[in-house]
Ligand binder design. Structure first.
Ligand code: AQP
Length: 342
């Protein structure tokens, strides 16, 4: 089976964008691929954060994965920080990463500009090296990536090739290794069109955990009333019918796309069903569809989060399974780079 790894940061509450753009796709992947889904808690400390919030969000995110339908008999679910190899490999990879590669990262430039110099730690710059470690440890074939992570995956690929060139092949064989490439070079898996969910208050920016306005997103755990209220108040326009793909109507395109993804209908079906509706009618249909879709997830979430022994057991087992694969890769890298092992 080909392998896929992916994760979400526990930096806030999981929203509809994380669900439609990532977690929901994972459910389909777990039947076809060998899947590793982790909660990327180590990435969540690259900007100033509250430790209590991190602990809470980490458990919540794990419970949400399971509530959404990640099946631990098929997928490995674990916390990134529970598999020590992630940080260890990161150090080894850092030595092979030219600093210029990191300085060029758009996300670093944007986030550091926003955060201000005082708040920018070294980890914000080296974040892509940890991400490379997350992926390369598992010899992943594919990594699902949104637009904003494409540049980081490209760096991962370049780094894999560089390490293979510097330390792999005959040089590694001379050190007692099997020779050949150390890392598999992963391919991006571009998610289905329409999976970029935009803010409810501005159709041109993406729905995001870090937006200060809770009105801008539907959180997966929002109550029925909150969902209805957010959809009722979300930004629309004054055109008379509803349509996809009109660049002058980003909010309309976004809300129709969300309805399409949540209802499981095709774009054509949604277009036909909704084109003559006014905003009031459509909004109430959309709110109901969201509430109906999220309700069973929220019920399962309630059961899982209140059973901490179960959640701990799942995460323990996931970390053990992941460590087996990760440690094999890590030991190979140590050997190829010339370290003597106990
Ligand atoms: N709006 C979105 N539409 C579709 N997919 C999205 N993802 C995030 N936002 C949307 C996808 O969710 C996965 C996990 O993302 P992450 O936790 O690594 O952080 P992020 O991409 O930076 O997402 P957020 O929630 O918007 O966080 P902040 O506010 O910190 O930037 C990824 O697969 C991502 O593509």
């Amino acid at each position: 089976k080909k392998r896929i790894v992916s994760g979400v940061q526990p930096t806030g509450s999981i929203h509809l964008g994380n669900y439609l753009g990532a977690i929901k796709n994972w459910i389909a992947f777990q039947d076809t691929y060998d899947t590793f889904f982790f909660i990327v808690d180590l990435h969540a400390i690259t900007l100033p954060y509250d430790p209590q919030q991190l602990a809470k969000a980490t458990r919540e995110t794990a419970a949400i994965y399971l509530a959404c339908g990640i099946d631990t008999s098929k997928a490995s679910v674990f916390l990134q920080s529970n598999v020590r190899a992630h940080v260890e490999l990161m150090w080894l990879l850092s030595s092979a990463t030219p600093i210029g590669w990191l300085n060029r990262m758009i996300q670093f430039k944007e986030k550091s500009r926003k955060a201000g110099d005082e708040n920018v730690g070294v980890a914000l710059l080296t974040y892509p090296v940890l991400m490379a470690s997350d992926i390369l440890l598992y010899q992943s074939d594919f990594v699902p990536v949104g637009e904003d992570q494409k540049q980081h995956l490209e760096l991962t690929r370049e780094l894999a090739e560089r390490v293979n060139y510097l330390y792999g092949g005959r040089k590694w064989k001379k050190l007692g290794g099997r020779g050949g490439p150390i890392f598999k070079v992963p391919e991006p898996l571009i998610p289905p069109a329409g999976a970029r969910v935009m803010s409810l208050t501005d159709g041109l920016s993406k729905m995001s955990k870090s937006s200060p306005s809770d009105q801008s997103r539907i959180n997966l755990l929002d109550s029925k009333d909150m969902i209805a209220n957010k959809i009722k108040r979300c930004k629309t326009d004054s055109f008379s019918c509803l349509e996809f793909d009109n660049p002058e109507r980003p909010e309309c395109n976004n809300l129709l796309s969300v309805y399409q993804l949540i209802s499981g209908k095709t774009k054509e079906e949604v277009q036909l069903e909704c084109q003559d509706m006014n905003w009031g009618t459509f909004k109430s249909i959309l709110a109901d569809a969201l509430i109906d879709h999220l309700h069973p997830i929220q019920v399962r979430y309630g059961e899982i989060i209140s059973d901490s022994a179960y959640l701990d057991k799942v995460l323990d087992e996931g970390a053990n399974r992941a460590s087996e694969v990760a440690d094999t890769t890590l030991n190979n890298v140590y050997q190829a780079m010339g370290f003597l092992r106990r």
